[in-house]
Design a protein. Structure first.
Length: 138
């Protein structure tokens, strides 16, 4: 199902984030498997590092200036949405930024903008080592 931007804007930011979470995780899982055939426990460990609020928050911070006006508005709606439980490994601010990023992924998926989704995901994938190094220093 592909929606117009107007129709996709009618969804709550948390519904967009709910969908975007799965879209983002599938992209991460696919990228990890494509790069290495390894034991499932190692695949899971690699995924956990990249599918967590602290990592997603850092990625969102770096992507903010590259978002379109519409994507930025979706991000802000997701970031400012109330609800959800902050995971123990994240601060409330990290959780909110991660939710904003997931909302963008959900929005792009609903609108069928796969090319833009790939562009943003590629940027995140390309900066993963730097983000992980910075997270380990904190």
């Amino acid at each position: 199902m592909e929606l117009t931007e107007k129709d996709a804007r009618q969804y709550s930011p948390l519904a967009l984030a709910f969908l975007g979470d799965s879209v983002y995780e599938l992209k991460i899982r696919s990228a990890i498997v494509e790069r290495a055939n390894m034991a499932v426990k190692n695949l899971h460990a690699a995924k956990i590092k990249l599918v967590c609020a602290p990592f997603q928050a850092r990625a969102a911070e770096r992507l903010l200036e590259t978002l379109t006006e519409e994507e930025h508005a979706v991000f802000m709606r997701g970031r400012n949405a109330t609800g959800g439980t902050v995971p123990h490994n994240a601060t409330p601010a990290e959780y909110r930024k991660a939710t904003g990023l997931e909302a963008v992924f959900g929005y792009l998926h609903l609108t069928g903008n796969t090319e833009r989704l790939e562009t943003l995901f590629s940027a995140i994938w390309d900066m993963q080592e730097e983000i992980l190094q910075n997270l380990n220093k904190e």
